[in-house]
Design a protein around this ligand. Structure first.
Ligand code: SF4
Ligand code: SF4
Ligand code: FES
Length: 242
């Protein structure tokens, strides 16, 4: 393990949709310092115009994701000590999303794809109906639960080469969400969701190389969810539902 020194050399991408480049900052090293602490220090002490996004600072909101030394990470939960190399760090906006300014990406296309994949819960019952009992250990509930704790950070989306090659691909987060809902027995939107995930933009684009799963900070497995979608789509073809 590398010995801490007093100062870090931080290369931060600055710019906007028309282009940009890296600027180097010297940042004092602190105990238990996170990448988000580093970015915040630069903005408060050296460059108030640096744009970045965060909210909860405890790994719940998903808004602080950035590329750190080329890897997509949640910066509020990533300690400098874990990722620093020769006292240097490179911090850039998330890959595969348009840049608005500096470290802030435009998330519109990410959430548009959630919608296109049928990512909204469509209840079968109204609030006037009695609450439906759900067996927590049913196989469908277990599958839904395994995919449900997504914080919309887009780290998997930034890690996916297929999104880079085919920007129309719905991507791992939207498909993981669709898998969770396709296993939710309270939902009424299954046919439209099935058609969305089996479309040209859907699960069959996935090459199963699992970068999404490798980097998901919440230890979800979008790659396994997409494999489940492929099985579901194949079954639907044979049963005449697609
Ligand atoms: S497993 Fe599929 S969704 Fe995940 S990173 Fe690879 S191609 Fe993308
Ligand atoms: S699946 Fe994981 S990496 Fe992808 S958006 Fe959700 S929490 Fe983030
Ligand atoms: S600031 Fe909310 S997850 Fe990092």
């Amino acid at each position: 393990m590398q010995e801490p020194t007093d100062s870090l050399e931080i290369s931060v991408w600055r710019g906007d949709a028309t282009g940009g480049g890296h600027i180097i900052y010297q940042v004092p090293r602190q105990p238990s310092q996170t990448i988000l602490d580093v970015v915040t220090w630069i903005q408060r002490e050296q460059d108030p115009q640096l744009a970045y996004r965060f909210s909860c600072r405890v790994g719940m909101c998903g808004s602080c994701a950035m590329m750190v030394n080329g890897i997509p990470r949640w910066t509020c939960r990533t300690h400098v000590q874990k990722v620093v190399q020769d006292n240097q760090l490179t911090i850039e906006p998330l890959r595969n999303l348009p840049v608005i300014k500096d470290l802030v990406c435009d998330m519109s296309e990410f959430f548009t794809k959630w919608k296109a994949a049928g990512g909204q819960f469509m209840p079968r019952k109204t609030r006037q109906d009695p609450v439906e009992p759900l067996l927590p250990d049913s196989p469908k509930r277990a599958a839904a639960n395994a995919a449900i704790e997504c914080i919309n950070c887009a780290i998997c989306y930034a890690a996916c080469d297929v999104v880079t090659w085919n920007p129309g691909y719905l991507g791992p987060a939207a498909l993981n969400r669709a898998w969770s809902l396709l296993n939710d027995e309270r939902d009424s939107g299954q046919q439209a969701r099935l058609e969305a995930i089996a479309s040209d933009a859907g699960c069959h684009n996935c090459h199963s190389h699992a970068n999404c799963t490798t980097y998901c900070p919440n230890e979800l497995n979008p790659s396994a969810s997409i494999a489940g979608l492929k099985r579901l789509a194949a079954r639907a073809v044979f049963t005449g539902n697609l």
